[in-house]
Every structure is written in C-alpha cells, then in structure tokens.
Design a protein around this ligand. Structure first.
Ligand SMILES: Cc1ncc(COP(=O)(O)O)c(C=O)c1O
Length: 399
C-alpha cells in the first residue's frame, strides 16, 4: 500500500508517528471481487468484529448482503453505517437487554448459542408480539481442518454441542415465537487451505441434511461462518478464493436442496489487507546481547501479533532527516526485536527478525493490519495517546 497520500502529514508532525491508515478504495474493489465470484445461493455477511469503523462499514455496505454482529453496540454501529442492511446477531452471551435492543432495532436473524438463549429469545419476542428467525449455532463433534484458531470441534463456550441438537429440535414446538430456519457453524479462524474449507462446508451440509430428514425441518439457511485466512508469515501465500468459489458452486449445485440458501460471515479476509499500522522507532538498544527497537505504539494498539504469537509482517520506511545534536542510534544487518512502549515484556510485535538497517526516527509499517488490529486491542493500558486513524476514499484523505 502506498504511503504517498500521508507524506505531507508525516513530514509536518512534530510527535513520533503512530497511526492506522485504511485504504477504503482498495477495500471496495477487493470486496466487489470477493462477492462477484460467489455462487448466487450465497449471502455474504461481513463480521464487523474484525473492524467496525463506520467508514469501513459504509464502504462495505453497498457490496455485501449484510452485517454479522456480536453485541448491541455492534447492532448500533451497523445500523448507523447502513440503516437497511440485514443484520445477523451472534455471540455467546446475548443478555435479555441486548436481545430486547436487537428486537427493537429490527434485527432479522439470531444465531442461537444455547437452549437457554433460545427460550429467552422466544419469551422476549412474545412480549414484543414478534416471531423471529433463528439459526442454531452448532459446535460440531466431527474433525476440523487445521487453522490458527479453533473455537469448536472441541469443548468451548461457543454454540450448542452437536449431540444436543436433536433434543432441541424435538422440543422446538415449545418455542412458539422463534422459527428455526437452519444452522450456523463458525468453527475456526484463518484457514489458508481452500480444499479443506470446502470439505468442511460439505460436512456441514451433510450434517444439516440428516437433521432435516429426521425432524422434517424446513431449512431455509445454513451459515457456514467465516474463517477464511490471511497469511501473516514470510511465505505470504493466499487462500485460493477462485478455486473455493468454483468448488462451492459445484457442491451447492449437487448437494443444496432447492430453496435453501448459504450464508458466509467473513471478517479477516475482507479487511486485513486494507489497513496498515505505522509506528516510529523511538529507541534502539542492545540488552543481553540482543537488539531491541522500541516503537511509539505497541500491543495496546495492535494486539494481533501478541494474541497469535506471531512475528507480524512489516517493512521499514527510512527517514533521513536528523536534527538533533546527539548521535542517532541504529543497527545494521542484524536481528532485532520490535517492541512497544508498554511496561511488559509481552509487548512485542516481531521477535528476532533480520533487518538491513534501522535507525531511531525511521518508520516501521505493519502490513495486513486492517482486521483485528485496533479493534481487539486494550487501548488505554498505560494511558498513552491513541494512534491517529486516517482513511482514503475517492482519492481524499480524512481522519
Ligand atoms: C461467530 C463468528 N463469525 C464470524 C467471525 C469472523 O471470522 P473471520 O474473521 O475469521 O472470518 C468470527 C470471528 O471470531 C466469529 O466469532
């Protein structure tokens, strides 16, 4: 991503640089490309937990089916960005005030995570004289492909154990104000393998098919979740979206009954590439024979590498100007650990990475920071100033 639009800002600022920059034009183009390749039976939701900035949501709204949200706050964000966009409401807790808020906001679809949640929603919908569509979120018992993170296929707080689904379906007449129109699966994050993802979707469809038969269900929608990956390693491989979409088309043509639709709810795959996190080197030192570069910023603003224990991809932007009377700390052709400004040894964004040259005052730019960057971070630890956040839309820069 070119930093040219930021040049003036970068040279004017007196403070060490610390900023996020999102290219919304690139985001719109990418999303159009992603959605255009999908089979027509697929509703493409964006999971806004990945990045819920209003400029991001309003950029995405014209190109996607709707928003997947996981709190009442996210319902509000989604409505503010696009009042008419369909919303699917997930999340393991969903308190009564949240469910009530969602009913009042006209949320169309609820992903139910427990039998108790189903009972509560049915009672609340009755109070509001409503009947609402729900998908039961399933925690599968079958084996899942490898991915960076698995939130199902093993004991977790997410979804309803596959073994309990039969009982819930058998007793569904008790819940008069909810219509169980299908099932929801979101089992893993950051799968880079299109073939294994396709196989997973096939297994979801087979599982739903057997419930449909046993319980004579009228399934309308199966949500196969998000979890499409972005490679943060040096290999920089790509999930083969084209192959996935054409495989999905064949699968749906062969295995999806007439009148049933598929939903996907991707976060990372949509927004990761549209954002970068820029930080300035404020100190370089050697400690116990290793080099450390301290940055203005850190994991309180960009928690992803610490959370996933990876070295985040970055590049260095050299800044030659040095107006100070004291020597400029630097390292050349050596390994360095890039650390933030927090008082914890866990504040590391990349460890022991080889570098050509790095000087105090240079910029370190972390790529692929548009998803789960700012939005999963604990911003106020140590009360440092927040980073600036810039957006580019239609060639205009705004913050
Ligand atoms: C229920 C649910 N759906 C969708 C997503 C988005 O996943 P991803 O960003 O991996 O596509 C998440 C992320 O945690 C999630 O919890």
């Amino acid at each position: 991503m070119s930093l040219e639009p930021l040049n003036q800002l970068l040279s004017d600022t007196q403070q060490p640089i610390c900023a996020y920059y999102y290219d919304l034009d690139a985001l719109a183009e990418r999303t159009k490309r992603i959605v255009s390749q999908l089979p027509k039976q697929v509703r493409f939701y964006y999971a806004i937990k990945a990045n819920s900035d209003l400029p991001v949501l309003s950029t995405l709204a014209p190109h996607i089916f709707g928003f997947e949200v996981a709190s009442l706050g996210e319902v509000t964000n989604a409505r503010e960005a696009a009042a008419d966009a369909p919303i699917a409401f997930g999340g393991p807790s969903k308190t009564n005030p949240e469910l009530e808020g969602a009913l009042l906001a006209g949320v169309e679809l609820y992903h139910i995570e427990s039998a108790f949640q189903l009972a509560r929603l049915s009672a609340l919908a009755a109070t509001h004289g409503r009947s609402v569509n729900v998908l039961l979120r399933v925690n599968p018992r079958f084996e899942l492909p490898d991915a960076t993170l698995q939130m199902a296929g093993k004991p977790t707080q997410f979804g309803i154990d596959q073994l309990q689904i039969d009982d819930i379906l058998a007793s569904r007449d008790q819940f008069e104000h909810v219509n169980i129109i299908g099932f929801h699966f979101h089992a893993l994050s950051n799968n880079l393998n299109a073939a294994s993802h396709l196989k997973l979707v096939e297994t979801y469809l087979q599982t739903c098919g057997s419930w449909q038969e046993t319980h004579r269900l009228d399934i309308k929608l199966i949500n196969v979740g998000g979890g499409i990956g972005i490679d943060y390693s040096a290999a920089d491989t790509h999930f083969d979206w084209g192959a996935y979409c054409s495989g999905l088309q064949t699968l749906l043509d062969n295995a999806l009954p007439q009148g049933v639709e598929i939903a996907m709810e991707c976060g990372r795959f949509v927004t990761a590439d549209c954002g970068i996190y820029l930080t300035e080197v404020v100190d370089i030192k050697q400690n116990h024979d290793q080099h450390f570069a301290v940055l203005r910023g850190g994991t309180h603003q960009f928690r992803l590498p610490a959370s996933w224990q990876h070295n985040h991809p970055f590049h260095v932007v050299k800044r030659d100007q040095w107006d100070y009377p004291y020597p400029r700390p630097h390292i050349t052709q050596d390994a360095v650990t890039l650390c933030g400004e927090l008082c914890t040894p866990k504040d590391v964004l990349a460890r022991n990475v080889m570098i050509g040259e790095l000087r105090v005052g240079d910029l370190v730019v972390f790529d692929k920071a548009g998803a789960y960057g700012w939005h999963i971070s604990h911003h106020d630890f140590l009360s440092h100033p927040h980073p600036d956040r810039y957006y580019m839309r239609n060639g205009c820069l705004f913050s």
